[in-house]
Design a protein around this ligand. Structure first.
Ligand SMILES: C[S@@+](CC[C@H](N)C(=O)[O-])C[C@H]1O[C@@H](n2cnc3c(N)ncnc32)[C@H](O)[C@@H]1O
Length: 286
């Protein structure tokens, strides 16, 4: 029986992720939902090796199109934020509600996360990452100042994107579905290798949104070089992963590596401020 099309703009699906993510892919959730019926019968899984804000994943879970999420990010800061929200939910909610949204807090967070892309899980690191994502220009964690500037003389103030009550609700919801979400801190390629034995492949949709090949002044950790982009294409095309969707920057290397697959163009809004668009491609196995 076919299901009603998923509309991610319905109020219950809007703003599920606690993160603002440049280039976030929540808008693809309807497209991804349409791919789920191709999976085998039974409990459906969804895996994201480069999860970032995981916008699309949360819509699919909330709409019960999938019953389990496997989220992964190599950046320990992002991982710590997810893990803190999922496993120390009450503490995280208290912290959201009690932290003053000020430039002083912003400096505390910026100092804490400096050079912390690799390391171990830490609650404060997770909260600081979340705080910076909400209080910095364009949601950029490293290299962007606070919204409204250091002297707070801009048009918007530092708390413009920090609706504490609303954010606390998002995190409480995450806590309520924590049994359905696994979070790991592996390299994306290792995650995919591990998934071969960890996940029911015939019932899992892999949504792969790696850092750009041409990273330029990218906004998040980019732990991918050309060799890794090639290795990723090998795993996706030569292994037992059947159900995958891939998005990338529209780069000649990608067009060559995936020449035999179905490649479509995609416009993605990047800057949250000036609505800058990037040309991406969306690739599916033929
Ligand atoms: C393009 S973003 C994903 C955005 C996500 N799809 C969303 O909608 O929010 C890329 C993410 O990959 C992570 N990352 C970078 N290199 C990685 C690697 N080698 N393995 C796993 N994650 C990586 C970054 O920390 C970043 O959060």
């Amino acid at each position: 029986m076919s299901q009603k099309p998923l509309n991610p703009n319905e109020p219950q699906y809007r703003s599920l992720s606690p993160f603002r993510y440049p280039g976030g892919k929540a808008f693809l959730s309807a497209f991804l939902a349409d791919r789920i019926p191709n999976l085998g019968e039974g409990e459906r899984h969804y895996a994201e090796p480069f999860c970032g804000g995981a916008g699309a994943a949360l819509v699919l879970l909330k709409a019960d199109r999938v019953q389990h999420l496997h989220l992964n990010d190599a950046d320990t800061r992002i991982y710590s934020a997810w893990r803190a929200m999922l496993t120390e939910t009450d503490r995280f909610v208290d912290r959201i509600l009690s932290t003053p949204v000020t430039v002083d807090s912003w400096h505390w967070a910026a100092d804490l996360i400096k050079d912390a892309a690799k390391g171990n899980y830490d609650f404060d690191l997770g909260f600081a990452t979340f705080f910076l994502n909400r209080a910095s220009r364009s949601g950029i964690i490293i290299g962007a100042g606070p919204i409204g500037g250091y002297n707070q003389n801009g048009r918007w103030k530092i708390d413009a994107r920090f609706n504490a009550a609303g954010l606390a609700d998002r995190v409480r919801w995450l806590g309520s579905v924590r049994e359905q979400i696994s979070i790991t801190n592996e390299d994306g390629l290792t995650f995919l290798h591990n998934s071969l034995s960890r996940t029911p492949l015939d019932r899992t949709l892999f949504f792969v949104d790696p850092p750009y090949v041409h990273a330029g002044g990218r906004l998040y950790l980019n732990a991918m070089n050309e060799g890794k982009h090639i290795a990723l294409s090998d795993i996706l095309q030569d292994s037992a992963l059947k159900h995958w969707i891939l998005t990338y920057d529209d780069h000649p290397l990608i067009r060559t590596l995936y020449g035999g697959q179905d490649i479509a163009s995609l416009d993605v809004t990047y800057s949250l401020q000036n609505k800058r668009k990037e040309k991406e491609v969306l690739i599916q196995p033929v």
